[in-house]
Write a protein that binds this ligand. Sequence first.
Ligand code: NAP
Length: 299
Amino acid sequence: MRHQYHPLGFEGSRIAQGFWRLQEWNMTSEETLGFIQACLDLGVTTLDHADIYGGYQCEALFGKALKLQPALRDKMEIVTKCGILLPSESRPDIQVHRYDYRAEHILASVDKSLANLQCEYIDTLLLHRPSPLMDADEVAQAFDLLFTLGKVKYFGVSNFTPRQFDLLQSRLDAPLITNQVELSPLALQHFEDGTLDHLQQHAVTPMAWSPFAGGELFSGSSEKAKRVQTILNDLAQEKNCEMDQIVVAWLLRHPAGICPVMGSGKVARLAAAVDGMSISLSDDDWFRIWIASQGQPVP
Ligand code: NAP
């Protein structure tokens, strides 16, 4: 009989911090530790990684910082991902940029993440992107083993369609706790393609990657970006706050309970985002942003 792993929903902070860009921040281990501490002080305890970030370097940079103060480990929830094979300098063994969800790869990837992060366990492991070759039964066996060994507490997916999510869920005893997908005022696709409806139906928390469209929301020069910037700027003036805070409020206003994964390495920006959680947007405000992004009135 399969082991029953924790049948609970998403256990994490209302907004999360991502470490995809950690290598670009050029921080010393002490500075990275300071940044991690600042996240925790702000109540942002869910910290998002992936094995491949920074060409397989970011988890280790984080781990080196955490080693300076290991007691912080239990004050955070570490999310990491596996499944993408990325040819890079540090992985000359990888020839083709592709996906791998064989049990052997999942297990080896988790061991590597644990070693790099200098942790005993991962809170949540996500399958990074769907693969046509994913065998859900084999993934389920790997998840069972990882849970039984105490290496991973919860499991989820990223960039999965509702059907792909359901297929994997059908082979698992415990609920997948998230589907991390791209959501921002410049990326409306998953608001409309059933992804958010499906997660809401199953009471699964969506995590939003690139909630500021990777910075495009503020610096983008496309017609769409400019339309959205105009509305964000108007709303920020009306509410006497910053444009990025309006975006956080806009994502949190959605009834699916979206958890945005913030991407800046600047504490001030994360602090502003946390403050943005208390801004309330009227439905008029929310739709002004929606309509600006769509470039046309709703039908
Ligand atoms: P983001 O918050 O949309 O973008 C961050 C970028 O925007 C940074 O370069 C940042 O620059 C810039 N920025 C933030 N606030 C700004 C402002 N007010 N004005 C101008 N620029 C601003 O998030 P992201 O980094 O693209 O993604 C966030 C996290 O999502 C990642 O760290 C990763 O954990 C996760 N992710 C997951 C997937 C997936 O497939 N599951 C894919 C992509 C990302 P500064 O650093 O200078 O502030």
